[in-house]
Design a protein around this ligand. Sequence first.
Ligand SMILES: [Zn+2]
Length: 174
Amino acid sequence: MALLPIRLYGDPVLRRKSVEVPEVSEEIQLLARDMLETMYDADGVGLAAPQVGRSIRMLVADASHKDGGAGGRVFINPVILEAWGELSYDEGCLSVPGLSAELVRPEAVRVRFQDETGATREEEFHRLWGRVLQHEIDHLEGKLFVDYLSPIKRALIMKKLKQLQKEAKSGIAL
Ligand SMILES: [Zn+2]
């Protein structure tokens, strides 16, 4: 297992649209394990492949400390089939360290995905699990949580974002 460098705001890979994973190969399973290890090491609850420089549709998540479940999960080619309810949550991102913002999103989502064995599953996710999945699936579209902020709120944190961008360009990654 290995820790992977996390790409920061300003890195173009975070804006690319990811492609489907054609097959859950051993390489994909290894990447999933490394992503989980990297996520736990960074104290995150979710991590999408673009955040470690791979433009492929996979992510890992673990919201079990807060909202139950068995632990870390792997989601390959995830698709949101349905979303409902409403929940406000203080959302952050490992690629935008030190910043968070209160965002309203659907409380629950029904997601179809493949697990780490390649099996196709369909499940409902609520509260933090639902939030993490929506946030990480956005990453696969090249979308970041700061994109949802109002222009005023965005302007307020722009200074910090610019600093992060400078750091990303100079090759410093957490
Ligand atoms: Zn993120």
